[in-house]
Design a protein around this ligand. Structure first.
Ligand SMILES: Cc1ncc(COP(=O)(O)O)c(C=O)c1O
Length: 355
């Protein structure tokens, strides 16, 4: 078996207990075992999403969740505002464009977080939705979602759609309190579950929107999911093994407590930011906008370091878009430990010849 110290921004290491749960004997997805699993997972997801709404679980990558959000909330010809802080904000905008929506983008420099005032200034009465990235994985910038959502809700009825793929579980996201309508993520990031589940929390205004939205949809349609949810099932075959893994992961997160998990992630981020700055690779984002789950470090040595670390069995990611060849990205979420980061930093110091 090939072991790797997995420090990319997803997939992330999966605790043994979670892997073991995922390997349990299969059960009937139309029977009582799955229905009680459904209820437990739903309760755990509502805790993590900080919502009273239903969290729909699809067999999917995160990108499928971007698509399900768009096709259920909008109709042909609708106009939306996309907040773009990097590659994943661009992707959300591209999904909307692919379905024929008119997309206005409000952007900021890569490495910065969009400011609430910038989004408020770009918002127009005809915008039916605002597409946001909570934690921009290409740059390691965290959006001030509380203030951004408040700025949108104060000025407009536009739906607030949040891609929280690399943030949820590692950074505080209060879906209901902050007035978000759709919050989506995937299993393979801070939840520390193998890839394969997409999670999409659907608030009351989004449920209403999906009844009249007229973009084409079938597999991603929320309506059959919401009907099946009422009796603890999914309309199509669920990825049962991953549901068991998710159940175990949610149990761990609940035992730790959200606030402790957020503090732990902030401490991991601090270790990476300080440790790499000391060897000449400072973080791209200012401290106040730093992601607790992903850090992008910039410096000429980055591509060489990514390759040399891989040779030592340590996987980190390279830069994306304009940062390709100029940056490395470290994922420090889910089950990643301070010990893992000490191993990473010791290897980086060794490779770069720093003491
Ligand atoms: C913020 C964000 N959105 C969307 C995605 C897409 O997820 P996936 O690769 O599972 O489709 C990612 C993946 O890294 C991400 O970080």
């Amino acid at each position: 078996m090939e072991d790797e110290l997995l420090l990319v921004p997803g997939p992330t290491p999966v605790p043994a207990e979670v892997s073991a749960a995922g390997g349990r004997p299969m059960v009937n997805h139309r029977g009582p075992h799955f229905r009680s699993l459904y209820a437990r997972v739903q309760e755990g997801l509502r805790y993590v999403f900080q919502t009273r709404s239903e969290v729909l679980v699809f067999p999917s990558a995160g990108t499928g969740m971007l698509e399900t959000a768009i096709v259920n909330c909008f109709s042909p010809g609708d106009r939306v505002l996309a907040g773009v802080m990097g590659a994943f904000g661009q992707r959300f905008a591209e999904v909307a464009q692919a379905f024929g929506l008119t997309v206005d983008a409000v952007e900021c420099a890569w490495g910065r977080a969009l400011q609430p005032q910038a989004i408020a200034a770009a918002l127009r009465p005809e915008h039916r939705g605002v597409l946001l990235t909570f934690n921009e994985t290409s740059t390691g910038a965290l959006l001030n979602l509380a203030d951004v959502a408040a700025a949108v809700r104060a000025r407009s009825d536009a739906l607030v759609l949040v891609d929280a793929v690399s943030g949820l579980g590692g950074a505080d996201l209060r879906m209901d309190e902050w007035g978000c309508d759709v919050v989506l993520t995937a299993s393979q990031k801070a939840l520390a579950v193998p890839p394969g589940l997409g999670l999409c929390a659907v608030g009351p205004r989004a449920v209403t929107a999906c009844q009249s939205a007229s973009l084409p949809r079938f597999y991603w349609d929320w309506r059959p999911y919401l009907r099946s949810a009422a009796h603890g099932e999914t309309p199509y075959t669920p990825a049962v093994g991953l549901w068991y893994a998710l159940d175990a992961a949610l149990g761990r997160l609940r035992a730790e407590g959200l606030d402790n998990a957020f503090a732990r992630h902030r401490a991991l981020a601090a270790t990476v930011r300080e440790g790499f700055a000391a060897v000449g690779l400072p973080p791209l984002t200012p401290d106040a906008e730093a992601s607790p789950t992903v850090t992008c470090l910039v410096g000429q040595a980055a591509p060489r370091l990514v390759a040399a670390l891989q040779e030592r069995g340590i996987a980190v990611a390279g830069g994306m878009g304009p940062l390709a060849g100029k940056a490395l990205r470290v994922g420090h979420m889910g089950a990643v430990t301070q010990d893992d980061l000490r191993t990473l930093l010791a290897a980086a110091r060794d490779i770069l010849g720093a003491s």
